[in-house]
Design a binder for this molecule. Structure first.
Ligand code: 13P
Length: 255
């Protein structure tokens, strides 16, 4: 039985004060939906105020990235040790980090290991661009990202990992992926996990969909067999939309 997980990726939005005010309003509204794991991922600088505002809430906090290095001369970077106590989750491999920060599959693999070494739970994101999609090569491409990102990760460590399938062409575009297609790809990703680990691990791992998820399309995604939640950008910045997403998930798949 996979507990659905909805994570709001705020990207570069909200100051520390705005983030805290937002979650103070959001947390009581999300409190009833206990069948869904609920996570907010503010910018690094807003993690302390957000974590403090959520101290007595079931809503969890995630970071948006982490350095692959333990410490040292890496100007501007944030290590996994620095996130301990502030975040439970960390998004790794987001397409915007792959594109704007030049993160390769190899770097992402090392970030996943660094996060796990400090008890953080990676939300490992992957997804294809429009060219790959239109060539019908999505699963082969995304499967390659999964294999590379999980190189050397043990079966036991897999229990702490969430996967997020986010087609690049659907992110922030309003052009969400067809739910059946998203189910086919997330099901294919589950198949890759089975081939790398076991049927049990494949059955247990949670796979989110991300890319223009809105209250209007959430129930359709959540009614798909292989989709266990969502990684949400724009809609997670609006309290009522966030609540609607979680409510749709609870009604469709909540325990
Ligand atoms: P949008 O929901 O704004 O399309 O963003 C998706 C995303 O990138 C979440 O990580």
């Amino acid at each position: 039985m996979r507990v659905p997980i909805i994570a709001g990726n705020w990207k570069m939005n909200k100051t520390a004060a705005e983030a805290a005010a937002f979650v103070r309003e959001l947390a009581p509204k999300l409190a009833p939906f206990t069948g869904i794991e609920r996570v907010v991922c503010p910018p690094f600088i807003a993690l302390p105020t957000t974590a403090e505002a959520l101290a007595h809430s079931e809503i969890k906090v995630g970071a948006q990235n982490v350095s692959e290095h333990e410490k040292g001369a890496y100007t501007s970077q944030i290590s996994a040790a620095m996130l301990e106590g502030l975040a439970e989750y960390v998004i790794i491999g987001h397409s915007e980090c792959r594109e704007y920060l030049g993160e390769t599959d190899d770097v992402i693999n090392r970030k996943i290991k660094a996060a796990l070494a400090h008890g953080l739970k990676p939300i490992f994101a992957m997804g294809e661009n429009l060219t790959v999609n239109e060539a019908g090569e999505t699963l082969a491409f995304v499967g390659g990202q999964v294999r590379a990102g999980l190189e050397g990760i043990t079966a036991e460590q897999m229990q702490s990992i969430v996967l997020a399938y986010e087609p690049i062409w659907a992110i922030g575009t309003g052009k969400s992926a067809n739910a059946q297609f998203a189910n086919e790809i997330t099901g294919g990703i589950r198949g890759v996990i089975e081939s790398l680990y076991s049927a049990t691990i494949a059955d247990d791992i949670r796979i989110q969909y991300g890319g223009s998820v809105k209250p209007a399309n959430m129930a359709e995604y959540m009614s798909q067999e292989h989709i266990d939640g969502a990684l949400v950008g724009g809609a997670s910045l609006i309290v009522d939309d966030f609540v609607s997403l979680v409510q749709a998930a609870q009604e469709t798949k909540g325990a």
